[in-house]
Design a protein around this ligand. Structure first.
Ligand code: 8IG
Length: 317
């Protein structure tokens, strides 16, 4: 990546502030295949706009991925929801795949919630089941941090991924739904599905789930100091594990059938994702903004600086 990718994200974050009317956002959610039906369960957005209006986003090529974004207040958490994502398999560069992450962090987001549809590998997983991602195998052969060191103020490209998927946020999700299972997500470049031999290899390598997204976004978000929660919806059993072929229609149908559960889950998690100190600050900022001249927002459009509680440098502008 080049420093251009970071300045493009700052420009998109400034557009997000303008289009949403919100000087900053606290958390971002990416709704993957099968999760679109959960969006409406999260409430009425205060603004809705096309990702293309933000600039820097690729035109999506996948059915079921509408290129819209919404801004909502969920509890005290100001959330931006991306209804769809950019995949490597569409032929887009890695910078395009992670542009939403860099935009979200530049807009103030400290928490990123990534959702996807995935094939189930681990025995016992069934279609329609949400599974927390505990870790990943990045088998895309790519990294969002390839290239020279990021510009001054951003973290090193040699980013620590030992707690990529936040234990704190996974615990929070389990409080919302104690029955949630968790597993290791193998990210492949796609767009073809695996052969049965590849699935046997993945299982031997420790994969519980397999899909074509999420890992590169998680790396980019973590590099910027955000905390990442990722949830897969199992929409098929991986190749060779059942007798039906794999197709996109079953993904959409599994999502539709699970929509209420998925929406309920996200709706319970999102009001509680901010660490306690930040939740209090966000509340104070909201009441300050409400009581002040609307032309004078309480904090700057891409207001994010300083260090995260875990020592990771946070940087937006
Ligand atoms: I939905 O079985 C979904 N996405 N690679 N393999 C891969 N991606 C997927 C699968 C799957 N199911």
């Amino acid at each position: 990546m080049t420093s251009d990718a970071y300045s493009a994200a700052q420009a998109s974050a400034a557009n997000l502030a303008l289009l949403s009317g919100q000087p900053a956002h606290d958390a971002a959610v990416v709704l993957g295949s099968g999760w679109a039906a959960a969006a409406d369960a999260l409430g009425t957005p205060t603004a809705e706009f096309s990702l293309l209006e933000l600039g820097g986003f690729a035109q999506p090529t996948v059915p079921g991925h509408s290129a819209m974004a919404r801004s909502l207040l969920i509890g005290q958490t100001r959330v931006v929801i991306f209804l769809g994502r950019t995949h490597l398999y569409e032929g887009h560069p890695v910078d395009a795949v992670v542009h939403g992450m860099r935009t979200a962090v530049a807009a103030g987001c400290r928490v990123i919630v990534l959702t996807n549809a995935a094939g189930g590998i681990k025995a016992g997983l069934s279609v329609g089941q949400p599974v927390l991602i505990s870790d990943h195998l990045n088998l895309t052969g790519r990294s969002p941090l390839t290239g020279p060191e990021p510009p001054p103020g951003y973290g090193s490209r040699f980013t620590d991924l030992s707690e990529l998927y936040s234990p704190r946020l996974r615990a929070l999700a389990r409080q919302a739904d104690p029955s949630l299972d968790e597993g290791v997500y193998a990210a492949l470049p796609g767009p073809h599905y695996e052969t049965p031999a590849e699935i046997r290899m993945l299982r031997a390598a420790g994969a519980d789930l397999v899909g074509m997204s999420t890992a590169l976004e998680a790396i980019a978000a973590r590099h910027l100091g955000a905390e990442v929660l990722a949830i897969s919806l199992v929409t098929n059993l991986a190749a060779g594990l059942d007798h039906t072929g794999l197709n996109h229609a079953e993904v959409v149908e599994a999502g539709r059938n699970a929509a209420a559960r998925l929406g309920g889950l996200l709706g319970q998690i999102l009001p509680r994702v901010l660490p306690a100190s930040e939740a209090a600050a966000s509340e104070a900022a909201a009441s300050e903004a409400a009581s002040s001249d609307p032309a004078q927002p309480g904090h700057p459009p891409t207001g994010l600086s300083g260090a995260a509680s875990d020592g990771h440098e946070l940087r937006a502008g």
